[in-house]
Design a protein around this ligand. Structure first.
Ligand code: NAG
Ligand code: NAG
Ligand code: NAG
Ligand code: NAG
Ligand code: NAG
Ligand code: NAG
Length: 311
């Protein structure tokens, strides 16, 4: 008795209602070029297809002038005389499911301009048409993230020890990404110190992640940006150069070399100057001595002259 067809049907419709309520405003993410199903299900009572009107529209009111009808079902027939050109030949109902109250719409070859909130309106015509069901579906398009850019390592001046920072950024993606930092030496995951995800007006996200690690002699770091919806991983690597560990020590070493070079040049020029001065002093000394000699040689003559001058 408990599992009589009647009870089972009651149970199913009850649970189904709960599901429908939970999914009332559904979000769907699709990649460009894919086919997507926008769901609209009403099965609270048996319906006569001939007495129904089903309209698929773009929910945004400001869009009504541009595109009023995405798809229409009138008196059990597709009637797309008012369908806007953008959706021509790209929409389909599931004919085998209409009888079950499934008015879901298949939208083919999704493009960037299809990202809207869609509304399904079901009208039943008794004396006059009344709306018996409305449902909205938000269609978002998934987008691949840009090739991540990995920068660093930058030595952290204020930290004790050999801690370095790496930065990784990417953008233009949808939905929010997962960021992984991997130590490629043993494929272990590293925890970033900060990951910032910024949303933009066009709906896409940018991501900035910072990793702080202890510098080791052979660092191999990978930053990976995952678009889970698209099952896409894009990564950038850092592999430590053999010689120089990071820019900080590089410039320090250069400065040291330059300093020592300048010192050596200074010593050489001082030695050279001393040499030149010594040579000059020697030359001057010799000149002076020879003059003195000459003077002395002349002096006696002067004396003589003095003596010889008439007194
Ligand atoms: C979308 O549907 C069309 C028509 O049914 C089919 O030809 C095409 O291969 C589908 N595209 C994808 C990406 O599934
Ligand atoms: C489509 O509906 C319009 C009214 O909205 C009607 O004039 C037209 O005849 C219908 N076309 C078809 C093919 O049923
Ligand atoms: C899908 O749509 C794009 C434009 O958005 C068009 O260039 C392309 O030819 C379409 N592909 C198919 C299979 O209709
Ligand atoms: C991986 O190597 C790093 C050093 O490069 C070490 O600190 C870490 O504990 C290792 N992790 C595992 C899971 O072996
Ligand atoms: C992306 O990479 C991460 C880290 O290696 C991994 O856990 C995840 O499964 C990958 N995802 C895909 C879709 O390959
Ligand atoms: C990063 O490492 C992966 C393997 O771990 C490799 O396939 C890829 O080419 C590397 N990328 C760069 C830019 O070195």
């Amino acid at each position: 008795l408990l599992f009589s067809p009647h009870n089972l049907h009651f149970f199913l419709s009850l649970s189904f209602n709960i599901v429908v309520i939970a999914l009332e405003k559904k979000n769907i993410v699709s990649k460009l070029g894919d086919n997507v199903t926008l769901s609209c299900i009403y099965n609270e009572k048996t319906l006569q297809l001939k007495r129904l009107r089903v309209y698929w529209q773009i929910a945004d009111d400001s869009y009504q002038e541009k595109c009023s009808v995405v798809h229409a079902l009138i008196s059990g027939q597709d009637n797309n005389s008012n369908q806007c050109i953008h959706f021509k030949d790209r929409t389909r109902l599931f004919w085998d499911r209409l009888g079950d109250g499934d008015f879901s719409l298949l939208l083919l070859n999704v493009s960037q301009s299809d990202g809207h909130t869609y509304k399904c309106v079901v009208q039943e015509k008794t004396d006059r048409p009344i709306v018996i069901h409305e449902e909205e579906v938000v269609l978002s398009l998934a987008a691949s993230y840009s090739q991540p850019i990995l920068s660093g390592p930058i030595r952290n001046s204020d930290s004790t020890g050999e801690e370095v920072t790496f930065n990784c950024r990417s953008g233009n993606g949808y939905p929010k990404p997962n960021v992984y930092w991997i130590n490629k030496v043993n494929n272990s995951h590293l925890s970033p110190s900060k990951t910032e995800i910024i949303s933009h007006d066009d709906g896409t996200f940018s991501v900035f992640s910072t990793l702080k690690v202890k510098a080791t002699s052979n660092m191999q770091i990978e930053c990976s940006i995952e678009n889970e919806m698209l099952q896409e991983n894009l990564s950038a690597n850092y592999t430590q150069q053999k010689k120089i560990s990071d820019s900080g020590t590089e410039s320090d070493e250069n400065l040291g070399k330059k300093g020592r070079g300048a010192q050596a040049a200074g010593i050489i020029s001082i030695v050279f100057l001393i040499g030149v001065l010594t040579a000059l002093i020697c030359w001057l000394w010799r000149r002076r001595s020879s003059r003195l000699v000459a003077y002395r040689d002349v002096q006696p003559r002067d004396d003589q002259g003095g003596l010889n001058s008439p007194a």
